[in-house]
Design a protein around this ligand. Structure first.
Ligand code: GDP
Length: 466
């Protein structure tokens, strides 16, 4: 079993969630004012997951003079005890300085985190959702503790954060394997610069994951890229688990390649590996900035390929496609045109995605692939100034204004870029709820073209202007 601490500033909805998980109908109400409760843990249930939840509710009842210090101390203790943190923010209220403070404590702990954006059902919560990304704690799970919305996603996020073995208590014989969650999540989150400094930094290793179906050629490609036989390919693949990530350089630029199923020693239970392969890819994706999706060009775009692509995009990572085994293709020009057309059609969320034919075996095309990776990384990090955005918005609104809804004009006031990695924008408008999806898509696509941001996910949130 594992322990979960619910952390967040006062009033974000921690107690409501606690009570839901602990299966209690009423909030734990203490009638005596100013009495602080001890932390205690309760058995909690979330569908098929059973764990303990540490009660940190009630800290805010502390005497005002001691509130800050006490909460902080209690929070730190709770975090220390926990195996997993539920970090809760209020999407309706948006980020407050206290959120950032608490998030800092959580990040420093290096513990796995699930970021919960509560009150996501509220009007105007989208802006808060988008802001939540800036905490650098990963993708926020949209949630409503009050209405119980988002519980299935929360369950999945727990499994993802801790790994299925840990969650379901499958006792892994200690075979010296390094669990991805042990090392990398900590490394990722403990690095305060990881997400907070959005500036593009050429000297920081670019984090790349190589994913794809078994036999697509991932291991062959990684070998070719790092130029050493550090990894073994073929049916007897037997790599030691040391290299959960590999550091290397491309044209003098530091790169870090993350673990995928292809880099792993084939598991003692082959069947389990097959079952886990998408899950494995998912792990690597979380650590990566850029994800190379390796497709076998002779059998491209199987269902699993699209699942992986979809996951990468939802995680906000930047995908680059490698059409591998190009040496086996007979009419390369025609096939490439066809495959690129298909790519655009199947992945409209990342219009302009880089898709490069390669042969991992001969090494052909790998330089082009890496150029595409670097280019995409740059776009993923890009920032457009508010001035430029709004000059652009003016011309857009002049030529293609939003439709009137029920006789009332929708007013779009301004546009700002709230985040990078991937680019995220906030549209301030008179009635966010009334803006049709098709218009949001139109804005997104035009923005992508105007500011040359091909191939990366772009997030767009609507917010009421005051
Ligand atoms: P992984 O499971 O994705 O890591 O795939 P591997 O790297 O183990 O490759 C699977 C098989 O495809 C191996 O037999 C490789 O030799 C072969 N392969 C990989 N890349 C290429 C390529 O570019 N061209 C050809 N013809 N075969 C390749």
């Amino acid at each position: 079993s594992f322990k979960v601490a619910i952390i967040g500033r006062p009033n974000v909805g921690k107690s409501t969630l606690f009570n839901r998980l602990a299966g209690r109908k009423l909030a734990l109400v203490d009638d005596t004012p100013g009495v602080t409760r001890d932390r205690r843990s309760h058995a909690a249930k979330l569908y098929d997951l059973h764990f303990e939840v540490i009660d940190t509710a009630g800290f805010e009842d502390a005497a005002p003079s001691t509130l800050q210090g006490r909460m902080r101390a209690q929070t730190e203790i709770a975090i220390q005890e926990a195996d997993l943190i539920f970090f809760m923010v209020d999407a309706k209220a948006g980020l407050l300085p206290d959120d950032t403070t608490f998030a800092g404590i959580v990040r420093k702990s290096g513990k796995p985190v699930v970021l919960i954006a509560n009150k996501a059902e509220a009007r105007g919560a989208q802006g808060g959702m988008l802001e939540a990304w800036e905490l650098g704690l990963g993708e926020p799970v949209p949630f409503s503790a009050e209405h119980g919305v988002g519980l299935p996603d929360l369950r999945d996020a727990v499994v993802e954060a801790l790994g299925a073995d840990r969650v379901f208590g499958e006792e892994d014989e200690d075979d010296g394997e390094i669990a991805a969650s042990d090392v990398l999540i900590g490394e990722d989150i403990a690095d305060p610069d990881a997400e907070e400094v959005p500036a593009y930094d050429e000297n920081k290793p670019m984090r790349i994951a190589v994913v794809g179906r078994p036999n697509a050629g991932k291991s062959t490609m990684i070998n070719a890229l790092i130029g050493e036989e550090r990894l073994l390919t073929g049916p007897e693949a037997g790599i030691t688990r040391d290299s959960i990530s590999v550091d290397w350089q491309w044209r003098g630029r530091p790169m870090k390649l993350f673990d995928t199923a292809g880099m792993r020693r084939k598991s003692r239970v082959q069947e389990k590996l097959e079952r886990m392969s998408v899950q494995d890819g998912l792990h690597a994706v979380r650590f990566a900035e850029i994800v190379i999706i390796v497709l076998d060009a002779t059998i491209p775009f199987e269902k699993q390929d699209l699942q992986i692509a979809d996951l990468i995009i939802r995680e906000g990572r930047a995908p680059v496609i490698a059409f591998n085994k190009w040496d086996l293709i007979d009419h390369p020009q025609a096939v490439l045109a066809e495959l690129r057309e298909k790519t655009e059609r199947l992945l409209p969320q990342v219009r302009g995605i880089q898709a490069v034919p390669v042969s991992a075996e001969t090494g052909r095309g790998l330089d082009k692939l890496m150029e595409a990776v670097v280019r995409t990384h740059r776009v993923w990090n890009s920032r457009v100034s508010t001035g430029k955005l709004n000059r652009w918005l003016e011309t857009i609104l002049a030529h293609h204004p939003p439709p009137a809804v029920a006789g009332r004009r929708l007013k779009i006031k301004y546009l700002t870029q709230a985040k990078t990695r991937p680019p995220g924008f906030v549209v301030s408008c008179s009635r966010p709820d009334a803006v049709p999806q098709s218009y949001v898509r139109y804005l997104t696509n035009s923005l992508r073209e105007a500011f040359d941001m091909p191939g990366v996910p772009i997030r767009m949130a609507l917010r009421t202007s005051d």
